[in-house]
Unconditional design. Structure first.
Length: 171
């Protein structure tokens, strides 16, 4: 067996991620996102600059998009691998961004199955709450406390009537 080693590449905060389809590798260097083809040569395909240092990288499940997050400024930047000129961003000034997750179809953040609601987990005075917002107007419809120590995730029921939550297994 012959092992082949690549050159070393600079990265920030251990932010290097391989795409789910194993075709690409992305790494963050301060406020720059570098996307390479994952092969022997590690050819650079795209380089994107963000307005803030990159704290987190996440690939979409279909490997066609990638997002970067800056937690301090509550900014999310989204880039496309299929259309290098396309870009998107989310800036949330009212609430700090704590976690970002792609929807299973790789097209959006997670909304209720009927598309009418979005659920956001908030930490208020040390307690976890779920706030339900109308998806189009972003008007708060309901806020309730959940009995969790470290809420791991939430999932909508298929009919958008219920939300299941679960705690981190450490507790």
């Amino acid at each position: 067996m012959k092992l082949v080693y690549s050159n070393l590449y600079k990265h920030s905060q251990y932010q290097s991620k391989i795409s789910p389809n194993n075709y690409y590798v992305a790494n963050a260097v301060d406020d720059r996102l570098v996307i390479r083809r994952q092969d022997r040569h590690l050819q650079v395909l795209q380089v994107h600059e963000t307005r803030s240092p990159i704290d987190y990288i996440q690939w979409a499940p279909n490997s066609e998009h990638i997002l970067t997050v800056n937690y301090q400024k509550s900014r999310v930047y989204i880039r496309s691998l299929t259309d290098p000129k396309w870009q998107g961003s989310i800036v949330e000034r009212r609430f700090p961004i704590v976690r970002v997750r792609w929807s299973p179809d790789s097209k959006s953040i997670e909304f209720s199955p009927d598309g009418n609601y979005v659920a956001i987990v908030e930490l208020i005075e040390g307690k976890e709450y779920i706030s339900i917002y109308h998806a189009n107007s972003f008007i708060l419809l309901q806020r309730f406390e959940v009995d969790t120590a470290d809420l791991e995730n939430l999932v909508w029921s298929f009919d958008s009537m219920f939300i299941a939550v679960w705690d981190n297994c450490i507790y």
